[in-house]
Unconditional design. Structure first.
Length: 536
């Protein structure tokens, strides 16, 4: 009996110990192990590593971290920890080293702490004190943009004082004749259907437009503005296009629609030119002013052209029995007749006013000096000077884009000025009997036709030309035959189009295709991008 009691005593002791052990194990599992943002943890862990996306909020983070007794480091990964939360986190866990990305929220937008730009263009700011506090956390800040949102002068001054290294970009709002526009406005609508500008308001209008540095267009249609007032506005703001009605010689022009004014056969005196200049200043979109047969001489109109450089001033010049407008792109003496008295060098000096010319035919005349062509017509693509008295081609060295050149029946012995005309396609220098050196023609990769009948070019040089241009047609001496035979004219698509161009004043595709080819071949590398996009 005594042994049985002893057995039960031992059993109870073992059972109690087992229960205590189980309870201890349960307590350990329940109170030291837990799941923290999806990670299995125990309270004795010293280091925590998160990706960042699993952390829901800073309050839950702080609550979970409080369970750890031996924590030394916490890496929050990509979690955005806002600057306002950092002091609390550090004070709660002073012995823990935290690794985190620091962010700040300004008016609903998150910014990394190292940002150099803050944009408030969509919503502005609600409280200047809060904004100042937020900006003070950004050590690398360089720019704050407010867009068109209102900011008081006092707030802007205070911000500049507190953050002198920061550029505060503010678009001011201005009242002009009762209409409010931001300072970066490019267009302002003040036409009469919206507002009537009274005389007292005009001074405000004239002065306040200066508040808009990017201004391009102001609509003033229907407003009661005098000629002098419009001119004054145009002078004050030369870069602004004003929309209004302008009356000149009983014709009303809408400045927003008028690109050309034709005053042909309306008699003008030199005193009218000052008024015409004011007219062009009021119509900023004007591209062409035509004053053909208005009684003013070439010299006067040439000087006036310099005064209105943005407008193409067009008049008719007379050259012997021929005449042409200064805006023509083509001219040929054959459009009338060859029976007129031949032109001489002095007669063609007026061509200096015709700088739009791309194609010129002065064949079968008595011209010796062609300096005016080189000096004023360097953009020529087609030039016919056949059957003249020319012996010096030096001026043509400036016409670097020539494609088509007829110089047969002249007094040429030297064609060296052609050496740098790399865009030549068709060259006819037949019947220049003393001409022998053709090496200047060896540097034109687009060359297709060379006519050299009745010259002193040797057979060896003919062979050299043919070897240099194996796909070109090189016509040798065929005595007793015309200088334009063997297909120079008949059957040539360029010649056929040329004849049409003379009568219809245009530069055709049979020629301008070589402008594009010249660019493709790299023959105009020195030209601007704009010139390459508009090669003729």
């Amino acid at each position: 009996m005594k042994g049985l009691r002893k057995f039960f005593a031992i059993f109870l002791i073992i059972t109690g110990f087992t229960v205590l052990l189980a309870e201890g194990a349960y307590y350990y599992l329940v109170n030291t192990r837990f799941e923290f943002f999806g990670h299995p943890c125990d309270i004795y862990m010293e280091n925590l590593l998160f990706e960042g996306s699993e952390i829901t909020d800073v309050e839950s983070l702080e609550k979970g971290l409080a369970k750890f007794g031996n924590l030394r480091s916490v890496n929050l990964g990509s979690y955005r920890l806002y600057v306002e939360d950092i002091p609390t986190l550090q004070s709660l866990f002073p012995n823990v080293a935290f690794t985190y990305d620091t962010w700040i929220n300004i008016e609903g937008e998150d910014y990394p702490i190292d940002t150099d730009k803050v944009s408030l263009t969509d919503h502005g700011y609600t409280n200047i004190e809060t904004l100042i506090t937020k900006l003070s956390y950004l050590p690398s800040l360089k720019e704050v943009s407010f867009g068109e949102n209102h900011i008081t002068a006092a707030d802007k001054t205070r911000l500049k004082q507190l953050f002198p290294a920061v550029d505060f970009i503010v678009v001011e709002l201005y009242d002009i004749c009762g209409q409010v526009y931001p300072a970066d406005a490019t267009s302002i609508d003040l036409k009469r259907s919206r507002i009537i500008i009274s005389n007292p308001m005009k001074d405000e209008l004239f002065d306040n437009l200066s508040l808009f540095p990017d201004l391009e267009n102001v609509d003033l249609h229907g407003q009661d503005l005098s000629w002098e007032e419009r001119v004054d506005l145009a002078h004050r703001y030369p870069k602004v296009n004003f929309g209004w009605e302008v009356e000149y010689k009983d014709v009303v022009y809408d400045s927003s629609e008028t690109i050309e004014i034709d005053l042909s056969r309306k008699w003008l005196s030199e005193s009218d030119l000052a008024v015409l200049k004011e007219l062009t200043e009021q119509i900023k979109g004007l591209q062409k002013l035509i004053v053909c047969d208005c009684g003013l001489d070439n010299e006067t109109l040439g000087e006036f052209r310099k005064e209105i450089p943005t407008v193409n001033l067009v008049w008719r010049i007379r050259m012997g029995k021929w005449s042409l407008r200064t805006d023509q792109v083509t001219f040929s003496v054959l459009i009338y007749t060859y029976n007129y008295e031949r032109l001489r060098s002095k007669d063609i000096q007026v061509l200096k006013y015709c700088t739009d010319l791309r194609c010129l035919d002065l064949g079968h005349q008595s011209i010796v000096d062609i300096s005016v062509i080189g000096d004023y017509l360097p953009e020529l693509r087609l030039l016919i000077m056949a059957d003249n008295w020319i012996n010096d081609l030096t001026p043509l060295a400036k016409c670097k884009h020539l494609h088509y050149l007829e110089l047969f029946v002249n007094n040429l012995t030297d064609i060296s000025p052609l050496a740098n005309l790399h865009e030549l396609v068709d060259v006819n220098i037949s019947y220049n009997r003393r001409l022998s050196d053709i090496t200047p023609l060896l540097n034109s990769p687009m060359m297709e036709r060379i006519w050299l009948e009745s010259t002193s070019v040797s057979s060896e040089d003919f062979d050299l030309l043919e070897a240099t241009y194996p796909n070109a047609k090189v016509v040798r001496v065929v005595r007793g035959r015309p200088s334009v035979d063997q297909g120079w004219r008949d059957g040539s698509a360029r010649y056929a189009q040329m004849m049409d161009m003379w009568f219809n004043n245009y530069y055709g595709d049979e020629f301008y295709k070589y402008d594009y080819l010249a660019i493709e071949l790299g023959l105009r590398d020195d030209e601007s991008e704009e010139a390459r996009n508009h090669p003729f």
